[in-house]
Design a protein around this ligand. Structure first.
Ligand SMILES: NC(=O)c1ccc[n+]([C@@H]2O[C@H](COP(=O)([O-])OP(=O)(O)OC[C@H]3O[C@@H](n4cnc5c(N)ncnc54)[C@H](O)[C@@H]3O)[C@@H](O)[C@H]2O)c1
Length: 273
């Protein structure tokens, strides 16, 4: 019988009703995890869970609003009632809707409610999920918590200061979580995607914008959601059993080179001989 990397572990993935979270839930399920597909968009969560079950995996769709602690507590109770333990928590969801991100721009125009809406879901939601799941992991002998952060938590940009700051706070929370729960055999790490385009996001970007960004990716292709899912699977599995408190980029190197990289590559390509 083929063994999966996370056979019979119980995994919650938030924001799993679309895009990166969907890919992560599907990969964990394909590797044997009983996977809870949690999302504020229940239709999306149900579609993903049905597809997992249709491929022979085990999945449960559940609605959750990460801005609401009661909703988070209800999700965790439902998982414990159904499966009796939680081994893997992937805090993937973020408040990334167009209405939020377009208003998260110039600091001089920043509305406090836009700032709060980023932190409510991205940071406070991650903390509250950890608060409610960790006691069950401790009782079960340990677990792995993976927080999805972002490359923009490391670098300055002209857009999305609330989002960037909320993700930098996720990095700090990751290290605190690892420190607080390490002796309970709970590992906690953050994964930092670069640019992973959903069909909707791709439609909103010009070819010139995409080219400009892609010139700074060190690897010769665009990132896909499975690039993140693979890293999350590794962090969820015992293969990364001694890795904790780490802030790990899975971004093709876009945040890890000299600022003049793309221009230098162009100059070298143009150089004679
Ligand atoms: N896509 C990228 O290029 C990129 C880059 C860096 C980091 N990230 C991070 O990766 C993660 C996934 O990104 P994505 O592009 O797949 O995002 P997405 O917007 O496509 O999906 C996010 C999911 O979270 C859900 N969600 C939103 N608010 C919620 C709430 N309050 N409660 C529960 N669920 C909620 C949405 O319904 C959606 O299904 C996010 O944390 C994002 O910040 C993405």
């Amino acid at each position: 019988m083929k063994m999966g990397l996370v056979d019979n572990k119980v995994a919650i993935v938030t924001g799993a009703g679309a895009n990166i979270g969907e890919a992560c839930a599907k990969m964990l399920a394909a590797q044997g995890a009983k996977t809870i597909v949690a999302d504020i968009n229940l239709d999306g969560a149900e579609r993903v869970a049905n597809e997992i079950v249709g491929s022979g995996g085990t999945a449960l769709a559940h609605a959750v609003d990460l801005g609401d602690e009661t909703s988070i507590a209800a999700l965790v109770s439902a998982v414990m009632e159904k499966f009796g333990r939680i081994d893997i928590l992937h805090n993937n969801a973020a408040n990334t809707g167009a209405a939020q991100m377009t208003r998260d721009a110039a600091l001089t125009d920043m509305e406090a409610e836009v700032w709060d809406a980023a932190f409510d879901v991205n940071t406070r939601g991650t903390m509250l999920m950890t608060k409610h799941v960790a006691p069950h992991m401790i009782a079960g002998g340990g677990g792995s918590i993976i927080n999805t952060s972002s490359g923009v938590s490391l670098l300055g940009d002209i857009l999305n200061p609330a989002y960037s700051a909320s993700k930098a706070a996720v990095n700090a929370l990751t290290r605190n979580t690892a420190a607080q729960f390490g002796r309970a055999n709970i590992r906690c790490n953050a994964i930092l995607p670069g640019l992973v385009l959903s069909p909707v996001a791709r439609a909103q970007m010009s070819e010139a914008q995409l080219d400009m960004i892609q010139r700074h990716v060190l690897l010769p292709r665009e990132s896909v959601a499975d690039d993140i899912a693979g890293a999350v699977l590794w962090l969820a599995s015992d293969l990364s059993g001694f890795v904790t408190g780490q802030i790990i980029s899975a971004d093709g190197g876009i945040c890890h080179h000299q600022p003049h990289y793309a221009d230098m590559m162009d100059m070298m390509a143009a150089a004679p001989g």
